[in-house]
Design a protein around this ligand. Structure first.
Ligand code: HEC
Length: 137
């Protein structure tokens, strides 16, 4: 009982194609994971460039934003700033600063940044507590 099917000398191209496609698949996968992550980061803490910041304050505001994203994601996901009103931030920020053991200068940087987000997005008139930290607007 001899088989009439000839033994192939070479692998059919289909057999190697999936291996060659792997790099492209990984890039697509990475993009699919990273792109939503970037978008949500911007929703959590709006980038300085979108806030019409006074140029002389841009670098301290950027620091405030980075400290916010780093510090405030240690115990829970960093909250989306616009989910809370200025009055709520007035209570939450000092509370969470204590929780985070954040140093005074860092508190001022974060407060300045959150204040500007509140102001620029016109979410509500600012309460005294946040505004008192000299947003310098
Ligand atoms: C050491 C851990 C820790 C760190 C760091 C931390 N938090 Fe929290 N956060 C908590 C805990 C625990 C709760 C829930 C209990 C509570 O409200 O105190 C909470 C709750 C909150 C809430 C919900 C409050 C409410 O009333 O709905 C907000 C908003 C918040 N944190 C913001 C922040 C911000 C902003 C920072 C950075 C400055 C921060 N957190 C850093 C532990 C932390």
């Amino acid at each position: 009982m001899r088989s009439t099917t000839p033994i192939p000398h070479r692998q059919p191209t289909e057999a190697i194609a999936p291996t060659r496609q792997w790099p492209r698949v990984s890039i697509l996968l990475a993009a699919a994971i990273l792109v939503p992550a970037c978008m949500s980061l911007e929703q959590i803490a709006p980038p300085i460039a979108t806030l019409a910041a006074p140029p002389e304050r841009a670098s301290s505001l950027e620091q405030g934003r980075l400290i916010y994203l780093q510090t405030c994601s240690r115990c829970h996901a960093a909250p989306r700033i616009l989910e809370y009103t200025p009055a709520e931030w007035d209570t939450i920020l000092p509370d969470m600063f204590d929780e985070s053991d954040l140093a005074g200068p860092h508190r001022r940087l974060v407060t300045g940044y959150v204040t500007l987000v509140m102001q620029r997005t016109g979410s509500a008139p600012l309460d005294s507590g946040i505004a008192a930290s000299d947003p310098g607007a």
